[in-house]
Design a protein around this ligand. Structure first.
Ligand SMILES: Nc1ncnc2c1ncn2[C@@H]1O[C@H](COP(=O)(O)OP(=O)(O)OP(=O)(O)O)[C@@H](O)[C@H]1O
Length: 436
């Protein structure tokens, strides 16, 4: 697959690269696995002098041998003798940067925690010593959100306060997902696009896997997901297990419940039979995996709300794949496919709402986006997009089938927001598959 989009990120990185020729820069790029961090960084340093190091979980001496070879090949840095400790290599690189401007990318940076945790304080010492003189663009990159934020944002950690910038790399937005599908299937149907968005959540690797395998229609995509050698079946577990460690059972159960629509703490507590408040809090704050949807205009401290998984792939995985592990074990993927088909219409309808929220945010001047339901959990309005600057509001009803949309009902429901929207000029919209 050719390199798509990332214009904003590339412009930012290019700017920082330029600055680093004058003054040392230390950036962190954080993003979920497979989102495209490495590809973006490599694209950003094309034609420039750089060294790319990948921290794998192994003995520090072995790792440093590899790094020493990489430094020799990519930078032409000749170091006499064998380097056994990362701190020695890092110092050599900083010394090199006193003479020559270059970019140092350290991928899966958080893995140093397993290689030798004192690397972080070594880096801090050396950085503080050399940063005012070295012309270096240091970029560290990582996918374990909780560890990466701990390393740089906990005030007891050695690298606290050292970053000059931080980027959280997000999956592709709906316009890019659409552009890619169009390249691979110019005659795509809206249903194909919805399915690609639902499964991939805009994550580059998943889109690439599907497109490269020729899975460009809804049916082909679902066929590929449910093949016995499908990389999608085990992926949810693979990417989360490193986050949760031993407590993964409880976290997985909570995520499964949220993905299946049991999305209030009361419902979750009654099924799990314990107070899950601290788990939900961790999933939101520490792991950044869920968010609480609150009706628009509700008070900032309101506890009212419905949890939702942020990541569409994980939401799909917890909804359809994780609950059916037993079927996968015994090889009955045909039955798994039936379960997906059975729940598809309802589930994809919810994803369609997310799709349009994103689309409206991209295309209109939106300052606040949300949905609405009243205190009885009724009178739902799928999308409420506000523009506080121009005092305009878009209220939308989203349905897969355009024939099921009735704008008169939407207008009636909006009566519940009469007071809050009094100052706004309101536009009512019906959105269906045809409007994707
Ligand atoms: N902008 C892009 N356009 C097209 N393909 C992309 C883009 N970004 C990433 N990819 C593809 O997606 C895959 C995953 O990308 P990459 O390895 O950069 O992700 P990552 O975030 O570093 O992943 P991990 O954390 O798992 O190492 C790669 O195979 C790459 O070719």
């Amino acid at each position: 697959m050719k390199f798509y989009n990332r214009h904003t990120e590339l412009a930012l990185l290019e700017n920082i690269l330029k600055q680093s020729g004058e003054i040392a820069r230390f950036q962190a790029i954080i993003g979920r696995r497979r989102v495209g961090k490495t590809s973006l960084l490599i694209e950003s340093v094309k034609g420039e002098k750089y060294l790319y190091l990948f921290v794998s979980r192994k003995n520090e001496h072995l790792l440093c041998q590899q790094f020493q070879n990489d430094a020799e090949q990519m930078l032409g840095l000749r170091i006499f003798g064998t380097i056994n400790y990362f701190r020695d290599l890092f110092e050599q690189l900083l010394l090199f940067a006193l003479q020559e401007h270059f970019t140092l990318i350290i991928d899966e940076f958080q893995e140093f925690e397993n290689v030798n945790p004192s690397v972080f304080s070594d880096i801090q010492n050396l950085w503080d010593q050399y940063k005012d003189r070295a012309k270096i663009n240091l970029i560290v990159c990582g996918s374990v959100y909780s560890l990466m934020t701990k390393i740089f944002e906990h005030n007891k950690e050695p690298l606290f306060g050292r970053l000059t910038s931080k980027m959280i790399l997000q999956p592709f937005k709906v316009n890019v997902v659409k552009e890619i599908l169009k390249d691979y299937n110019p005659d795509f149907e809206p249903e194909d696009l919805l399915c690609l968005y639902m499964i991939s959540g805009g994550v580059a690797k998943y889109i690439e896997l599907l497109m490269d395998a020729g899975a460009v229609t809804k049916n082909q995509m679902l066929d590929m997901i449910t093949r016995s050698d499908s990389p999608f079946l085990g992926e949810g577990k693979d990417i989360l297990i490193t986050e949760f460690g031993k407590e993964y059972g409880t976290y997985f159960s909570i995520l499964q419940l949220i993905a299946s629509g049991k999305n209030t703490q009361r419902e979750i507590d009654s099924i799990i039979e314990k107070n899950t408040g601290s788990y939900l809090n961790n999933l939101e704050q520490h792991y950044s995996l869920i968010i609480r949807n609150k009706p628009i205009f509700s008070k900032p401290n309101s506890r009212k709300g419905r949890w939702r998984l942020k990541d569409h792939y994980l939401s799909f995985w917890f909804r359809f794949i994780y609950p059916h592990q037993a079927l996968i074990e015994i090889g009955r993927l045909d039955l798994l496919r039936e379960f997906i088909e059975k729940g598809y219409e309802q589930y994809s309808g919810l994803v369609l709402e997310q799709y349009f929220r994103e689309k409206i945010s991209l295309e209109e001047r939106v300052t606040e986006m949300g949905n609405f339901w009243d205190s009885k959990g009724q009178n739902e309005i799928d999308i409420v997009a506000l523009n506080h600057l121009d005092k305009t509001a878009t209220l939308a009803e989203v349905k897969r089938n355009p024939k099921k949309i009735d704008l008169r009902i939407l207008e009636q429901k909006a009566g519940a927001l009469q007071k809050e929207l009094a100052q706004f000029q309101i536009k009512f919209l019906g959105l269906s598959l045809e409007d994707m």
